[in-house]
Design a protein around this ligand. Structure first.
Ligand SMILES: N[C@H](CCC[C@H](N)C(=O)O)C(=O)O
Length: 366
């Protein structure tokens, strides 16, 4: 029987400095054992331990007990608290909220900004809501970026969404779902190995629909076009996966980009907020290892530098094929790990395969 060592925190607060609300919250958390970290040791700093008399017990739970515990947690509904599950897809991390009882997000964009703060909140690249289906789909997915903006779609997020639904519905093994998103119908399928394969739909190449003010130079698309950013000329291709992406393999005249040498915090915002992108843009910087192996770093619209971007990896393979640099089946290496991407010729759909993992369960007062 699989045993998972899980740390749980039992707290007895001896510190009078804690407000009664925080003491009530912490003791509520402890009684309900509702803050546990599967597979992770919880390290707390000494001052916090001293002030709060933390006693950390390492308890061994079978995976069945863990599953029961997570279900007990997921059934929590008391008001005034947001119960969430933290997931990540290759380090692109999200706060997932069970919103199946309403089409109204349980969290406002302003609250999402606070929840995503990595010092004063839970920490994350976004908040994702699992909502009732629309027009006959199983579910609807909405997402707020960590800056509070609402994008049309999120590739790593929809893999996490699929695993979250399977947990909520107590499903095991292979399962697929139809999900309504701002990018249209998306179909993730949980594979036997736990990875998630997603039909991400068709790429959008029309400059007008992306949207970008860059002039179309290949049919209605923008392929290997010049873009001046902060006085430097770059060569870019623009692809939408429902959300806009600007892909570059390097500056004009020097297409051998070494992506680890880039200062993303400097160059990223200059692409994101460039006036040729009226809805801003995600930007992917690419290094070509072979015609089936690419390396990518990304500056995301509304989230900044992230460890992975699923829609971005899909857009990158489309751009690489359009520029004649790659085949339609590629491994894309991101800082958080690899994604397998296929731009299938038969149906013009892009397919993405990758992991999605639970990090922890939690409750926060709203
Ligand atoms: N920041 C993106 C949304 C999240 C996309 C990314 N995290 C992914 O995995 O696709 C945007 O505003 O379009």
């Amino acid at each position: 029987m699989a045993t998972t060592t899980t740390s749980s925190i039992s707290v007895s607060s001896s510190s009078s400095s804690l407000s009664s609300n925080s003491q009530r919250y912490l003791s509520n958390l402890v009684q309900s054992q509702h803050c546990f970290f599967p597979r992770k040791n919880v390290a707390l700093n000494k001052s916090l331990r001293r002030s709060l008399n933390f006693r950390i017990k390492a308890v061994s739970l079978t995976s069945e007990t863990l599953e029961t515990a997570s279900h007990t947690f997921l059934d929590r509904k008391e008001s005034g608290f947001l119960h969430f599950v933290k997931y990540h897809g290759l380090g692109n991390d999200f706060i997932l909220v069970d919103n199946r009882d309403s089409m109204e997000p349980k969290v406002t964009p302003e609250q999402a900004v606070k929840l995503c703060d990595r010092n004063f909140g839970i920490g994350g690249d976004g908040v994702i809501f699992a909502m009732p289906g629309t027009n006959g789909t199983d579910y609807t997915m909405r997402i707020f970026n960590s800056d509070g903006s609402e994008p049309e779609m999120c590739g790593n997020g929809v893999r996490c969404f699929a695993r979250f639904i399977a947990e909520l519905e107590n499903l095991h093994g292979k399962h697929s779902f139809t999900i309504h998103t701002g990018a249209g119908l998306i179909v993730p399928e949980i594979q036997d190995d736990g990875k998630v394969k997603v039909d991400m739909g068709e790429p959008i190449l029309s400059a007008v629909d992306l949207p970008t003010k860059l002039p179309a130079n290949k049919d209605s698309a923008v392929v290997k076009s010049d873009l001046v950013v902060d006085g430097e000329a770059w060569s870019v291709t623009c692809v939408s996966m429902g959300n806009p992406h600007c892909i570059t393999f390097g500056r004009k005249g020097d297409q051998n980009l070494v992506v680890d040498q880039l200062n993303l915090a400097d160059i990223g915002p200059k692409f994101e907020h460039h006036d040729v992108f009226p809805a801003r843009t995600n930007t992917e910087f690419i290094q070509v290892f072979s015609r089936s192996h690419l390396k990518m770093r990304v500056w995301e619209r509304g989230a900044g530098a992230t460890l992975a971007c699923g829609t971005g990896a899909c857009a990158v393979v489309v751009a690489a094929v359009l520029e004649g640099r790659a085949e339609r089946n590629c491994t894309v290496d991101l800082p958080g790990g690899p994604l397998e991407i296929e731009w299938r010729e038969e149906d013009n759909h892009v397919y993405m395969t990758g992991p999605a993992e639970v990090v922890f369960y939690g409750s926060v007062p709203l």
